[in-house]
Design a protein. Structure first.
Ligand code: ADP
Ligand code: MG
Length: 268
C-alpha cells in the first residue's frame, strides 16, 4: 500500500509522562488508510485516550514519529477552511450558555469561513446527525443521546480527514447506544471519513469497524488486529462469535484461538 493512501500514521511511538521511567505506550505503529473505520479496543486505563491525544497532536510522543493527516502548510494553502482531524469526547462537553447551533459553530472558530459558509456548515452537520430541528435549543433540554449527536456534529463541521472518537457512546443506555451506532455507520457511509473509534466493548468494535486494533499490556502496545469483512456483521453468526473470542484472547494476552484472517504481535 502506498503512503499516499495513508491518512495518518504513528511509527514506533513511545510515550512517558515521567521522563522515561515508566512508559504508557511503547513501540506503537499504526497506519490509518483513507476511508477505513478502525476500532481501537482495549481495557480501561491501558492508554487509548493517550493514543488519540497523540494523533490529535495534543501529546507529543517521547519516542517515534507522528504523521498527521494533513500538513498545516497544505491546509493553509487551501485557505484554512477545514481541520486535519477532530475529536468526539465521551461526554459531549457542550457549553450550556450556547444554543445547539452555536455549540456546533464553536468547532469552526479560527477557520477562515464567511458567516454564510459557517451557517451552511453548521446546518449540514446538524442534518447529518438528524438534529436540524434542534438548532435553537439549549443543551440542558437535550437527552444524553442528543448531546452526543451535537458533539459528533461539532466534530464533523470542520470537515476533518480523520474523525477521532473517544468512547463516545460509552455513557449511554443500550437502546440509545444502538441507535447512535447505526447513525454513525450511515454518516460514515455518506461522508467517507476515516474514523478511529475508541471503545472497550468488543461487540461495539465488531459492529462498527472494518478493522479492530487491540491495545493491551503495560506499557501498552498493539498486540493484534483483525479485519472484519462487511458480510460478517451478524452478531448471531459463528464468524462474529469467533472474532469476539479472538479479540478477548488478544486483550487477555492468551494464545489465539485461531481462524481467519490474521493475527500479529509486535513483541512488546
Ligand atoms: P484509557 O483511555 O485506555 O482508559 P488513558 O490513556 O486515559 O487510558 O490512560 C492511560 C494511563 O496513562 C493511565 O494509567 C493514566 O493514569 C495515565 N495518564 C493519563 N494521562 C496522564 C498524565 N497527564 N500524566 C500522567 N499519567 C497520565
Ligand atoms: Mg480513555
Amino acid at each position: 500500500m502506498s503512503s499516499a493512501e495513508h491518512v495518518a500514521r504513528l511509527e514506533n511511538v513511545g510515550l512517558s509522562y515521567d521522563g522515561g521511567q515508566n512508559y504508557i505506550l511503547r513501540h506503537v505503529s499504526l497506519s490509518l488508510s483513507k476511508g477505513e473505520f478502525v476500532a481501537l479496543l482495549g481495557p480501561s486505563g491501558v492508554g487509548k485516550s493517550t493514543l488519540l491525544r497523540v494523533f490529535m497532536g495534543l501529546s507529543a510522543p517521547s519516542e517515534g514519529q507522528v504523521f498527521s493527516p494533513q500538513p498545516t502548510s497544505q491546509l493553509q494553502a487551501e485557505g484554512q477552511k477545514r481541520r486535519a482531524q477532530s475529536l468526539v469526547f465521551q461526554d459531549a462537553r457542550l457549553m450550556p450558555w450556547r444554543s445547539v447551533a452555536r455549540n456546533v459553530a464553536f468547532g469552526l472558530e479560527g477557520l477562515k469561513l464567511t458567516k454564510e459558509e459557517k451557517q451552511a456548515r453548521v446546518l449540514a452537520a446538524l442534518q447529518l446527525v438528524g438534529l436540524e430541528e434542534a438548532a435553537d435549543r439549549w443543551p440542558r433540554r437535550l437527552s444524553g443521546g442528543q448531546r452526543q449527536r451535537v458533539g459528533v456534529a461539532r466534530a464533523l463541521t470542520v470537515d476533518p480527514d480523520l474523525l477521532l472518537m473517544d468512547e463516545p457512546f460509552g455513557a449511554l443506555d443500550p437502546i440509545t447506544r444502538n441507535g447512535l451506532q447505526d447513525e454513525l455507520l450511515k454518516i460514515w457511509q455518506q461522508t467517507h471519513k476515516t474514523v478511529l473509534f475508541v471503545t472497550h466493548d468488543i461487540e461495539e468494535a465488531l459492529k462498527l469497524a472494518t478493522r479492530v486494533v487491540v491495545l493491551a499490556g503495560k506499557p501498552a502496545g498493539i498486540v493484534g488486529m483483525l479485519d472484519i469483512p462487511p458480510t460478517e456483521k451478524d452478531p448471531e453468526s459463528s464468524a462474529f462469535k469467533s472474532y469476539a473470542a479472538r479479540l478477548r484472547a488478544m486483550i487477555a494476552g492468551e494464545p489465539d484461538p485461531g481462524g481467519a484472517p490474521y493475527w500479529y504481535s509486535n513483541e512488546i
